[in-house]
Design a protein around this ligand. Structure first.
Ligand SMILES: Cc1ncc(C[n+]2csc(CCOP(=O)(O)OP(=O)(O)O)c2C)c(N)n1
Ligand SMILES: [Mg+2]
Length: 605
C-alpha cells in the first residue's frame, strides 16, 4: 500500500501497474487517454511504452506477451475508435485464455451518454470479451480497481478492462472516501498454486496404470511441464499428441511425439486417437472433438487449471483441477513403470511416424517451380536457433508451419489458436522480440494476414527489433480458395489480391527485404536473411494451387472439388494438374501415406 495523496488518478493507475510488475505497455494515444499517457511518460524508465500503428496490434502484442512470458499483457487505447480497434486482439486473448488488461479512456463523466464526440459505451461494448470490466470513477477508486483487474486477468486467465473518463484521469486524490471504504484495504498479492487432492490423483493413477493404449494430449497449459510430460511418456510407454498451441511442450524430434492433431495434424496422431483405450489431456481445450476418441471408447483423465474446462470436449472419468507441472509431479510417482518391451502401441505409432516424417521430408525438398510452400517452411525450420520463437498467422500458412516447422523443446511457438484470426503473426513476433531481445523471433505468415497489419513492420523498425517475417506469397486467401472448393463444392470467389512488393516495402520502412522466386535460392536466401541485423521481410513466391491436404483425404473432399470444377472453377486445369502431379510424385517414391480413398472415415469406425 502506498500513500497516493495528491496523486492524479492516472498516476495511481500507473503506480499500481508497476506494483504488478508491468514493465511494458502497447498502445496508441488520443485525447481520451492522454492523461494516462502523461503518467506513463513520467515513468518511462519503469514502464516501456510501445507505440503501434493500429490498436488491434496493441491487443495482439499484449496477448502474445502474456502467452510468451506468462506475465500480464497490457494494452492502452483512447476512447471510442481506439478502444473499438482493440477488440479483435482482446478476443484472441479471451479465446486462448491469455491474461490481458486493456486500459481505455472514456469521455468526460458529465457528458457520458450524450452522443458527445467519441462517446461510446465501452463497458457495454467490452462486456462480452472481459472477465472483469469496470470504470474508474475517482482517484480513491483507482488502486483497488487496478488490483482487482490484474488479479482477475491472471486468476481467471482472461481479459480485464478498465476505462477512465478524461476528467477523472486528471483528478487528484484527496483521501475523501465513502463511509464504507477503508484506506489501504487492497493489495497486489497473487498466487495460483493449485494441486488436486491425493484421493483424486490416486484414482487417476489407477486408470493410467490399467491402460493399454494410452495417448497423452497436451496443450498450451502444459508448456511449462515439458519435462514432466516426457517422464510420463517414458513411464507409460505412451505417445504424445500436441494441440497446436502446445507444439512447444515437447520436441518434435522426441521419439514420443506424434505431432499435431486435426486438419493440420499428422496421420499417426489421428490413428492413435482412433485406437486409444485411455486418454490423458493436459492443459488443453483442443476444439475439434471429432478428432478425439469416440465417447465411451477411451477412459479419460483431464488436467486443467480452469475447473469449467473439465469435461468440455471429452466425457472424462476424472478431472484434476490444478497446475499442469505440479499436478504431474504429484501423479508421476503413483504410476507403475512399464517394461521397455511392453510398448506395442507406442512402437506401432513410432513406425507410422517415421513414414509420415519421410513424407514431410520428401514434400519439403521438392524442387518444383513455382516453389511448394512446404519447401519454404522446411527451409525456415532448418534455420531456426535452438531457442527461437515462432509466431504464425491464420491460413494455409498455419498448416505449413504446424507440419513442416519442427520445434525443439527450448523454442516457443504460438498463434491465434482458438479465434484463428488473421493478422496476429507480425504483432506476436514483435511482442516476442520485446520480451526476449536475445532470441530469434520469426513470424511465418500469409500475404493476406500480413497485409492487414503491415504497418507494424514500421514499428519493428522504430524500436530496432530485428524480427524475421516470412511471407508465404500466393496473392490469394489461400485457405479460402480450398474451403470454397473442397468444403462446399463451389468455384472460388473473392480470394485473389493485387500483389504488393513486400521486399521493397521492407526496404522503404527502413528494414531489409528479400524475395525468393527460384527453388535453388530458398536455402541460401533464408540463411542470409536470418542473419540480418535489421527487421527483415522474406517474401517467398509459392505455388498458389498446392492444396493443404488433411492427414486423411475424405472422398467428400474429392467429390466437392470435382463439383467446383463442374461449376466453373477458374483454375480447374492447373489445380487438377497440381493434384495429379503431387499424387504421382508421392506414389513414385512409394511413400504415399493416405489411406485409400475408399476408407473415408478418418476415425475408422
Ligand atoms: C480476421 C479474419 N478474417 C477472415 C478470416 C477467414 N480466413 C481464414 S484463413 C483466410 C485466408 C488467409 O489468407 P493468407 O493470409 O494469404 O494466408 P494463406 O491461406 O494464403 O496462406 C481467411 C480469409 C480469418 N480467419 N480472420
Ligand atoms: Mg495468401
Amino acid at each position: 500500500m502506498k500513500d497516493y495523496e495528491n496523486f492524479k488518478t492516472a498516476d495511481i493507475v500507473a503506480e499500481a501497474l508497476i506494483d504488478w510488475d508491468v514493465d511494458v505497455v502497447f498502445g496508441l494515444p488520443g485525447d481520451g487517454i492522454n492523461g494516462f499517457i502523461e503518467a506513463l511518460r513520467q515513468r518511462q524508465n519503469k514502464i516501456k511504452f510501445v507505440l503501434v500503428r493500429h490498436e488491434e496490434s496493441a491487443a495482439f502484442m499484449a496477448c502474445a506477451y502474456a502467452k510468451y512470458t506468462k506475465k500480464l499483457g497490457v494494452c492502452v487505447a483512447t476512447s471510442g475508435p481506439g478502444a473499438i480497434h482493440l477488440l479483435n486482439g482482446l478476443y484472441d486473448a479471451k479465446l486462448d485464455s491469455a491474461p490481458v488488461l486493456a486500459i481505455t479512456g472514456t469521455t468526460y463523466s458529465d457528458l457520458m451518454g450524450s452522443n458527445y464526440q467519441q462517446d461510446v459505451n465501452l463497458l457495454q461494448l467490452f462486456s462480452d470479451v472481459t472477465v472483469y470490466n469496470n470504470r474508474i470513477n475517482s482517484p480513491e477508486h483507482a488502486e483497488m480497481a487496478v488490483d482487482i483487474a490484474c488479479r482477475n486477468a491472471l486468476g481467471r486467465r482472461g481479459v480485464s478492462h478498465l476505462t477512465i473518463p478524461i476528467d477523472v484521469q486528471e483528478q487528484k486524490l484527496k483521501d475523501k472516501y465513502s463511509p464504507h471504504k477503508v484506506k489501504g484495504h487492497t493489495s497486489d498479492i497473487f498466487n495460483h498454486d493449485v494441486i488436486p487432492s491425493p484421493e483424486l490423483l490416486s484414482r487417476a493413477a489407477n486408470i493410467l496404470n490399467d491402460g493399454k493404449k494410452i495417448v497423452i494430449l497436451v496443450g498450451q497449459g502444459a508448456l511449462d511441464a515439458g519435462d514432466e510430460v516426457a517422464t510420463l511418456c517414458e513411464r507409460l510407454n505412451a505417445p504424445v499428441v500436441k494441440a497446436l498451441l502446445g507444439k512447444a511442450v515437447i520436441s518434435d524430434y522426441s521419439p514420443y511425439s506424434l505431432g499435431g492433431l486435426g486438419m493440420l495434424g499428422t496421420s499417426p496422431a489421428s490413428d492413435a486417437m482412433n485406437e486409444a483405450d485411455t486418454i490423458l489431456m493436459v492443459g488443453t481445450s483442443f476444439p475439434y472433438i471429432d478428432y478425439l476418441p469416440n465417447p465411451g471408447q477411451a477412459r479419460g483423465i483431464q488436467i486443467d487449471i480452469i475447473p469449467e474446462r473439465i469435461g468440455l470436449r471429452y466425457p472424462v472419468d476424472i478431472g484434476l483441477v490444478g497446475d499442469s507441472k505440479q499436478t504431474l509431479n504429484s501423479l508421476i510417482p503413483m504410476l507403475n513403470k512399464r517394461q521397455k518391451k511392453d510398448n506395442e502401441f507406442l512402437a506401432s505409432k513410432q513406425k507410422a511416424m517415421k513414414k509420415w516424417e519421410s513424407l514431410l521430408k520428401e514434400q519439403g525438398s521438392r524442387t518444383d517451380k513455382p516453389i511448394k510452400p512446404q519447401v519454404i517452411a522446411t527451409a525456415v525450420s532448418n534455420e531456426l536457433d535452438d531457442d527461437a520463437i515462432i509466431s504464425v498467422d491464420s491460413g494455409t500458412n498455419t498448416i505449413w508451419a504446424a507440419r513442416y516447422i519442427f520445434v525443439h523443446d527450448k523454442m516457443k511457438f504460438s498463434l491465434s489458436g482458438t479465434l484463428a484470426t488473421m493478422g496476429c503473426g507480425l504483432p506476436y513476433a514483435i511482442a516476442a522480440k520485446i520480451a526476449f531481445p536475445d532470441r530469434q523471433s520469426v513470424a511465418f505468415v500469409g500475404d493476406g494476414g500480413f497485409t492487414m497489419l503491415m504497418g507494424e513492420f514500421a514499428t519493428a523498425v522504430q524500436y530496432d527489433l530485428p524480427i524475421k517475417v516470412v511471407i508465404i506469397k500466393n496473392n490469394t486467401l489461400g485457405m479460402i480458395r480450398w474451403e470454397q472448393m473442397a468444403f462446399l463444392g463451389n468455384p472460388e470467389y473473392a480470394v485473389e489480391f493485387t500483389p504488393i512488393n513486400f521486399a521493397r516495402f521492407a526496404d522503404e520502412c527502413g528494414g531489409k527485404g528479400f524475395t525468393i522466386t527460384e527453388p535453388g535460392d530458398v536455402g541460401p536466401i533464408i540463411h542470409q536473411a536470418m542473419r540480418e541485423k535489421k527487421p527483415t521481410i522474406i517474401e517467398a513466391y509459392v505455388d498458389p494451387f498446392d492444396p493443404p491436404m488433411p492427414p486423411k483425404v475424405e472422398p467428400e473432399f474429392v467429390k466437392n472439388i470435382a463439383e467446383s470444377f463442374a461449376k466453373g472453377q477458374p483454375y480447374a486445369s492447373r489445380i487438377g494438374l497440381t493434384l495429379y502431379r503431387n499424387q504421382i510424385h508421392e506414389r513414385l517414391r512409394g511413400i504415399h501415406h493416405h489411406n485409400s480413398l475408399k476408407n473415408h472415415d478418418h476415425k475408422g469406425s
